[in-house]
Design a protein around this ligand. Structure first.
Ligand SMILES: Cc1ncc(C[n+]2csc(CCOP(=O)(O)OP(=O)(O)O)c2C)c(N)n1
Ligand SMILES: [Mg+2]
Length: 183
């Protein structure tokens, strides 16, 4: 499956969860599939979806689902250590691993030689899932029913869907999301 197929499959299972999405095509694909005030699309910094998701998870009892990328989690590996130590039971960190910086030209990342699931286990994550990109195997209900923090490592094929840029201003995305959290 390509990244958009995985995002589609997972977002079909989501209801009222808060979603933080990695910069670039992951956010564009999610927005194209479904837009919601429960979505926070990262438009600026690579590597920060997991940190932002952690902060949100610590400030609400709602479930927080983070779509991250291999390149981004490699840029901010310390976030895994912080998440593990803060131990939020409502956080699900999904790494869509295409082994490349897909949004900027698919340059190879080190995720082809370093197993990110093993990194999470080494940090101490107890609840780990691995899916190798076959649609039938992706049982996200089970993930949603697992106590967090949960680390979900999904191998996806490289490739960006031909979807438009998000027609929302960053501040509007932020304000809409903050209003959603206050509900
Ligand atoms: C700090 C920073 N460095 C670089 C970029 C440029 N950039 C945006 S998305 C991206 C690739 C992200 O790769 P990954 O997290 O693996 O996600 P993918 O696009 O492969 O799904 C890069 C290099 C940026 N926005 N911010
Ligand atoms: Mg990637």
């Amino acid at each position: 499956m390509e990244r958009i197929d995985t995002i589609r499959k997972i977002s079909e299972e989501l209801t009222n969860e808060l979603v933080v999405c990695n910069i670039g095509f992951p956010s564009r694909e999610l927005h194209h599939l479904k837009d919601s005030s429960t979505h926070f699309y990262m438009l600026g910094s690579m590597g920060l979806a997991s940190s932002i998701g952690l902060g949100i998870a610590m400030s609400t009892s709602r479930k927080v689902v983070i779509f991250d990328g291999d390149g981004s989690i490699l840029m901010n590996l310390g976030s895994l250590v912080t998440i593990f130590n803060q131990n939020p039971d409502n956080l699900i960190l999904i790494v869509l691993d295409n082994e490349c910086y897909g949004s900027t030209g698919s340059q190879c990342s080190y995720a082809s030689t370093v197993n990110l699931g093993n990194v999470a286990k080494a940090v101490g994550f107890k609840n780990n899932f691995f899916f190798d990109g076959y649609e039938k195997e992706l049982k996200f209900k089970e993930v949603l029913n697992t106590c967090g923090p949960v680390f979900v490592h999904i191998k996806v094929k490289p490739g960006n869907a031909n979807v438009p840029v998000i027609p929302l201003e960053a501040l509007d995305i932020r304000d809409r999301f903050m209003d959603e959290i206050k509900k």
